[in-house]
Design a protein around this ligand. Structure first.
Ligand SMILES: Nc1ncnc2c1ncn2[C@@H]1O[C@H](COP(=O)(O)OP(=O)(O)OP(=O)(O)O)[C@@H](O)[C@H]1O
Ligand SMILES: [Mg+2]
Length: 244
């Protein structure tokens, strides 16, 4: 367990991402270096189109860089096949999206059980484990409903339960509170804080300044690059000056 040494869980080295578009190559990530230690809670902020989702997709292995290296939870993702990455992700990363992305044809509890199929959880244990997770996110009553029958806040809590199904060390969110009212967003944030207290690592994109302000580490993406902490500090000082 944690012996006090910080261990790197995520390491991006000179990550470049160039999309081929009709208008020609579009350079979206321009040499990103990023280290995140086990147990950190990190917010990714930045303007629309700056490359936040692209960056997040590098960390989850949903997409791969044009050049550079990505190491996450002990794996060099850049050398794995798509199938190997999918298998690795199922065990190591819980992903929470802005639009929840629950499967509409499965009930809430079936959605939570889904990731367990891929890692060979004994089938007799899946339902029990899923129910425990639904209790954790305070949703046991809607276990047998379909996603369309519950609220957005409930859907996002179900998505969090699903993300936790295989007890991954890393939780990644791309604007997970983007479609939630303030109360649901606050609940979700409290849940994330609990998970960090339990030793999970969380990286989440957010447009919500209040939320980002409560997250211990904030990384800002600007035009495909991470701003240095100095640059962010200077901007904070400048905007504080404007307010007074
Ligand atoms: N698959 C793709 N093919 C071509 N261009 C893409 C692709 N995905 C993203 N882009 C472009 O890359 C840039 C960065 O996109 P990205 O989705 O990473 O931004 P973002 O910071 O997440 O923005 P938002 O805050 O609006 O979600 C944008 O100009 C986008 O149009
Ligand atoms: Mg995005």
């Amino acid at each position: 367990m944690n012996n006090g040494n910080n261990r790197s869980l995520i390491s991006l080295e000179k990550v470049e991402k160039i999309y081929k578009t009709k208008a020609g190559p579009l350079r979206v990530l321009k040499g990103v270096d990023l280290e995140i230690d086990e147990g950190e809670f990190v917010a990714i902020v930045g303007p629309s189109g700056s490359g936040k989702s692209t960056l997040i997709n590098m960390i989850t292995g949903i997409d791969r860089p044009t050049s550079g290296e990505v190491f996450v939870a002990g794996q060099r993702l850049t050398k794995l096949s798509e199938n190997q990455v999918a298998k690795w992700r199922g065990k190591n990363v819980g992903v929470v999206f802005q639009f929840f992305q629950l499967l509409p044809t499965l009930t809430v509890i079936e959605n939570v059980m889904m990731p367990m199929h891929y890692v060979g959880t004994y089938s007799g244990q899946r339902r029990e484990r899923a129910m425990e997770l639904l209790e954790l996110v305070d949703l046991p009553d809607v276990a047998n409903k379909y996603p369309s029958q519950i609220s957005g806040g409930q859907q996002q809590r179900a998505a969090i339960a699903r993300a936790l199904a295989n007890d991954p060390p890393l939780i990644v969110g791309d604007e997970p509170t983007g479609n939630l009212d303030a109360v649901s967003a606050g609940l979700m944030f409290a849940m994330f804080e609990d998970l960090v207290a339990q030793g999970k690592t969380i990286v989440m994109v957010t447009h919500d300044r209040d939320l980002a302000g409560q997250i211990p580490r904030v990384e800002e993406v600007r035009d495909g690059q991470l701003m240095s902490p100095d640059e962010i500090d200077q901007r904070l000082v400048a905007s504080a000056g404007q307010e007074s």
